[in-house]
Design a protein around this ligand. Structure first.
Ligand SMILES: Cc1ncc(COP(=O)(O)O)c(C=O)c1O
Length: 438
């Protein structure tokens, strides 16, 4: 497939329309589809739909296919493993792929600390494992999470998630003992401070309010945070937030859990977003980009914490042999050059997009690390009033021009292309978005 989009008819085409009608009759109405893309096949950063239209994919299946769609090395690893052994539950038996992937994750996890790994099938499961381990290891039950963060939709993970009311509404009661703090979304400071006048108010709130009232240190197991806010709008906190968080956690014997489900696996130009802040978690939750599109999640923890006994935590499919093979191929590709490409292409995008607030009255801020870039759309740059309806229009118009982008937060456009993206493809995406913004 060619590297740029090609549309051959009005969207959605006839075959797409027929599938959407079938889907509408039987698939859960809880899914959120921003526009009618019906995918047929993918290669690199290009998706072809069922009518033969080709799109440039700046969504990567919600930040999943780090190595691009159907990378030949990932496909080969999957095919070889599938022909040999598809499943043999690692819960009850051994296979080399699981040990090899755990070794690799322990090696590349942030910080020079011995690690152990528990496998699951998704981001939510990686978070469930993290919550359980934090409670088990500390003997404490309370968890501090942040407003705006998204950690998944299973009931434990959902209890931490504080993104949208519709995600939590009517599902309670959720886990008791979970409390939330403001996230350092400095463009819209929850404390109304200018960044330069901020004394890391978000952490002060934890230290001076939460720990002194509803989450006393002797009952608080962990603080869970996304190092870069994903679903909440692609927000990058300042480094001093992490320094302060580490100090408060350490002084109070509270574990730090980093949810790098979206920000990890090379997307920010380093293997982990945490590395941009010299921050080291006690427990790391990983999924999405880990296995080239195969379902896999991992809870990577300090080895001295992961001492739970046989039977305490496991999953039938978690760390399945085919997923492990795909993950090993994926990590090799990231290390061989894709992570560097993410840094290079991210810088290329930001070089031009940094000027957007000066060029487009409805762009409030462009922010990001590597290929995790958010464009905050506002009605008015001075009041910073959010412009969700405008965001919806831009997503739709980009689709009609052959570019797939997703929203994040109430009003941001997120750019999270596969890490195989080229300069030409970045230029096409920027030109298309500029046209839509104009
Ligand atoms: C930061 C973060 N954590 C957890 C999850 C949940 O992952 P999954 O949908 O694989 O359960 C997501 C999904 O978007 C995420 O972005």
């Amino acid at each position: 497939m060619d590297g740029l989009p090609k549309l051959i008819g009005p969207l959605p085409g006839p075959r797409a329309r027929a599938i959407i009608e079938r889907d509408a009759r039987v698939v859960s109405p809880s899914y959120t589809r921003s526009y009618p893309l019906v995918a047929e096949r993918g290669e690199g950063a290009i998706i072809e739909d069922v009518d033969g239209n080709r799109f440039l994919d700046f969504s990567a299946g919600i930040a999943v296919v780090a190595t691009g769609h159907c990378h030949p090395r990932v496909v080969e690893a999957i095919q070889k493993q599938a022909a040999r052994l598809i499943h043999m539950s690692g819960t009850d038996f051994y296979y080399e792929g699981m040990a090899a992937l755990a070794e690799k994750l322990a090696e590349i996890a942030p910080g020079e600390v011995p690690r152990r790994v528990a496998f699951g099938n998704s981001g939510a499961e990686a978070i469930e494992g993290s919550i359980k381990l934090a409670r088990y290891a500390t003997g404490r039950d309370k968890i501090i999470a942040f407003f705006g963060c998204f950690h998944g939709r299973t009931l434990g993970a959902l209890s931490l998630t504080a993104r949208k009311a519709v995600q939590r509404g009517h599902f309670g009661p959720l886990l008791p003992g979970v409390v939330h703090a403001p996230y350092p979304y400095c463009y819209r400071c929850p404390f109304g401070r200018q960044p330069e006048g901020c004394a890391v108010e978000c952490v002060k709130h934890i230290e001076d309010t939460l720990l002194k009232t509803i989450a006393p240190p002797e009952e608080t197991a962990a603080i869970v945070v996304e190092p870069v806010l994903g679903e909440g709008g692609y927000v990058v906190p300042p480094k001093k937030f992490f320094d302060e968080l580490a100090r408060v956690a350490q002084q109070n014997g509270i574990l730090l859990i980093f949810d790098e489900v979206q920000s990890g696996m090379g997307r920010t130009g380093k293997m982990w977003a945490a590395e941009h802040f010299d921050a080291v978690p006690d427990i790391l939750a990983v999924a999405k980009g880990i296995a080239g599109g195969m379902p896999l999640g991992a809870t990577v923890a300090r080895a001295d914490l992961m001492t739970w006994p046989p039977g305490a935590h496991a999953s039938t499919f978690g760390g399945n042999p085919v997923c492990c093979a795909a993950a090993l191929a994926t990590i090799a590709l990231l290390e061989e050059g894709l992570m560097k490409n993410a840094a290079r292409m991210g810088a290329h995008l930001m070089d031009r997009m940094r000027e957007w607030p000066a060029r487009f009255p409805h762009v409030g801020e462009v922010r990001g690390l590597g290929l995790m870039i958010g464009i905050d759309l506002v009605r008015d740059q001075r009041t910073k009033e959010k412009a969700p309806e405008l965001r919806g229009r831009v997503l739709r118009q980009a689709f009609e021009r052959g570019l797939l982008v997703l929203g994040a937060g109430d009003n941001a456009i997120r750019l999270c292309p596969p890490l195989v993206i080229t300069r030409d493809q970045c230029d096409f995406a920027m030109e298309t978005l500029e046209e839509c913004l104009r």
